[in-house]
Design a protein around this ligand. Structure first.
Ligand code: SAH
Length: 469
């Protein structure tokens, strides 16, 4: 397995500083699954190529139980493609042998690490599950020109047809760190075999190396799923956290602004009135199993726990920090086991279909939708009303008309800096009616808090009930 990286950015031999490897020397590194060698087939002022040759030892793989499972018999354990193809072993080798460059460090030449330059990587050979089209979908959005040459299964027997192995060249104008990072993450994504490393810290690794590009990548879901080897729980967590990355840290913005919103609404004791209204609506639906979406620090969860008619409660939020605060405030660790078993806190995103949310009597969505911009709101509508499809949904959002009545809120301002919108009663009615019609629910709208004859109540609530067919 051979990876070469070529720079044509004069003086091209600067590549040696960036890789922390001297162009005039051959260096070898023992790894648990074989040997890695680094050398430079060419090193001139105009063009410099570094090669990483990976010599995977199938016997070492078997010894360390890292090879293929050998389902076709013991022979598979020894005779397989691992020594010849780019796989997660290449990623491990990059991290071990070119770790500083992968982390964007350069001894003595720090300024170089930030320079975008014409770079080419050539990988011989790369197994592409999903074919050339998928290979392109991975690298082209990152700005690379992709040149892929398919290899025949066996050139002596052309009738056997094409293999799934490609010789791949990637050309881009990027920082070396970017190129290494993209290869590090995306090679295992293309590979067919299980890589042996999937564990919880892989989520951290993926997010760390994906920082700055993965959240906006059109194939981020597929990349995450495959990188985490279809461990759905891990993929879900990673995707939820990528959502965080796309919008500036929700944990931080939430915390700072919640206090502001509370201060504006406090004189009305609006929070308590909202919770009472939601609990009454849940009662009217006869809900016993309830999921609170965007549960935040758990204000509604407390009321749900105190109500003995509710058997099962799930609180979901994208923010770990909010869930931790909820756990502390509700003193979950000190609760008797029977009580504690009624409540589950889960981290997840409302942007993604999630089996864990299916089959509940009711979902509550309290002061959450106004935090979602238009594309996210659309995704959320499908996640909740089409896929999770609870028998009832109780949803609240501010009534913007009432803002004029808040003495401490300057005219024209929303109640919370992170609110993407606040709706009039008419806008909320239009939205709710549309959702109900589209997804087979009937909906009632109710005011929450003191009603003003002109501008209505400060909070508006919609109660959706699934029409049973
Ligand atoms: N329902 C709570 C919190 C409202 S604040 C209450 O009434 O007090 C909005 C909450 O929605 C925050 O906790 C925020 O982390 C969460 N949230 C925002 N976007 C989300 C998303 N995409 N998926 C899940 N939760 C989200």
């Amino acid at each position: 397995m051979l990876l070469t990286i070529t720079s044509t950015n004069a003086p091209a031999t600067d590549l040696g500083y960036l890789l922390h490897k001297n162009p005039s020397r051959l260096q070898s590194f023992p790894l648990s699954f074989g040997q890695a060698h680094v050398f430079y087939p060419e090193a001139t002022n105009e063009r410099c190529t570094a090669a990483l040759l990976l010599d995977v030892d199938p016997v070492a793989l078997v010894r360390n139980r890292r090879g293929p499972a050998g389902e076709g018999g013991t022979l598979d354990q020894y005779v397989n493609d691992r020594p010849y193809v780019a796989s997660s072993f290449l990623s491990v080798a990059i991290a071990r042998v070119l770790g500083s460059a992968l982390a964007g460090r350069s001894k003595g030449r720090t300024e170089l690490t930030e320079v975008r330059m014409p770079l080419e990587a050539k990988i011989s050979v790369l197994p592409c599950r999903g074919g050339e089209a998928f290979l392109r979908r991975l690298f082209e959005p990152l700005g690379y020109e992709v040149i892929a040459k398919g290899n025949e299964l066996d050139e002596k027997f052309p009738e056997w047809g094409a293999s799934s192995y490609y010789t791949v060249e990637l050309r881009g104008h990027v920082r070396l760190q970017d190129l290494l990072t993209h290869i590090y993450v995306l090679i295992p994504v293309l590979d067919n075999e299980k890589h042996y490393w999937v564990g919880d810290d892989e989520v951290e690794k993926l997010l760390r190396h994906g920082s700055g590009w993965l959240a906006a990548h059109p194939e981020k879901e597929e990349i995450t799923k495959r990188y985490l080897k279809y461990r759905r729980d891990l993929a879900r967590e990673a995707l939820a956290r990528l959502v965080d990355e796309e919008s500036p840290d929700p944990d931080l913005t939430e915390k700072a602004h919640n206090t502001e919103e509370e201060a504006i609404e406090r004189p009305l004791n609006l929070n308590e009135q909202r919770i009472n209204a939601v609990m009454a609506a849940l009662k009217s639906c006869g809900a016993k199993r309830v999921v609170d979406l965007g549960c935040g620090e758990g204000k509604l969860l407390r009321a749900l726990l105190e109500d003995r008619s509710i058997d099962e409660i799930v609180g979901l939020d994208v923010s770990y920090r909010a869930l931790q605060i909820a756990q502390d405030r509700l003193r979950l660790d000190r609760m008797p086991t029977r009580q504690r078993e009624r409540l589950k806190l889960i981290q997840g995103s409302l942007m993604y279909r999630d089996k864990r949310l299916a089959g509940y009597d009711a979902a509550t969505v309290i002061e959450v939708i106004e935090h979602l911009d238009q594309p996210r709101l659309t995704a959320f509508e499908r996640v909740l009303f089409e896929f999770a499809k609870p028998a009832a949904v109780v949803l609240t959002t501010p009534n913007v008309e009432y803002n004029a009545r808040f003495e401490t809120l300057p005219a024209g301002k929303l109640r919370h800096k992170d609110h993407r919108f606040e709706w009039t009663r008419e806008q909320f009615k239009d939205w709710s009616d549309g959702i109900a019609k589209q997804h087979g629910y009937e909906v009632r709208l109710l005011p929450v808090g003191p009603e003003d004859p002109l501008v209505g109540a400060p909070t508006q609530m919609a109660v959706f009930n699934l029409i049973q067919s």
